[in-house]
Design a protein around this ligand. Structure first.
Ligand SMILES: [Zn+2]
Length: 168
C-alpha cells in the first residue's frame, strides 16, 4: 500500500450510520405501588442517550458533510423538547392522585403529569414518543430516531426502540 492510498477517492454513496448523544437531567418521581423504597418521593440524576440513524451527508461543501446530524443540533432539539421540560421537575403518574393533588397545591411547582407510572421503562417510551416527533428528515438523508436509552442510575437503564412496540 503506497502512502498515496490514504488520499483515495471519498465514498460516493451515502453510508448508513447511527449517532448517539447523551444528556443528563435531575427529576423527582415515585413508583406509587412499589413495595419498597421506590414508593417514597425521591429523585435521580437521569441520563438519556438518543440514537438517530441516517445516511452520512455527502454533499460537497455542506456544513454537515460527513455527518448524519450535527451533535449540537441533536442536543438543542433534545433540550428544547424534553430535557429542559423534565429537568428539576417532579414526574408523576396521573393516577397517583395524592401526589398530583399535593404538587398542584404548591404555587408554580414544576410538575410533569404522565399517563404512566414513571419507571425507567415508561419514561423511555414517553421520551421516545416526544423525540420521534421532534427529529424529522431535515436534510433528506433519512434521519430518524432509532432508540432512547433512559438511565435511572449509572447501572440501570431501559431502551425504547423503533419497532419495539413504541412507534405507532
Ligand atoms: Zn426512583
Amino acid at each position: 500500500m503506497s502512502p498515496g492510498a490514504i488520499l483515495a477517492a471519498p465514498l460516493m454513496a451515502p453510508a448508513p450510520m447511527q449517532i448517539t448523544c447523551r444528556l443528563e437531567f435531575d427529576s423527582g418521581h415515585r413508583i406509587p405501588y412499589h413495595q419498597s423504597q421506590c414508593r417514597h418521593l425521591h429523585g435521580h440524576r437521569y441520563g438519556i442517550e438518543i440514537t438517530l440513524s441516517g445516511d452520512t451527508i455527502a454533499t460537497e461543501g455542506s456544513p454537515r458533510q460527513g455527518m448524519v446530524m450535527d451533535f449540537s443540533d441533536v442536543k438543542t432539539i433534545a433540550k428544547r423538547e424534553l430535557v429542559d421540560v423534565w429537568d428539576h421537575a417532579f414526574l408523576v403518574y396521573r393516577g397517583d392522585r395524592t401526589v398530583v393533588d399535593f404538587l398542584s397545591s404548591l404555587p408554580d411547582h414544576k410538575t410533569v403529569v404522565l399517563p404512566t407510572v414513571p419507571t425507567a421503562e415508561n419514561l423511555a417510551v414517553e421520551a421516545f414518543a416526544i423525540l420521534d416527533q421532534a427529529y424529522q428528515d431535515f436534510y433528506g438523508n433519512h434521519l430518524r430516531l432509532e432508540r432512547v436509552r433512559l438511565f435511572e442510575t449509572p447501572n440501570s437503564w431501559a431502551d425504547a426502540m423503533r419497532g419495539g412496540g413504541t412507534d405507532g
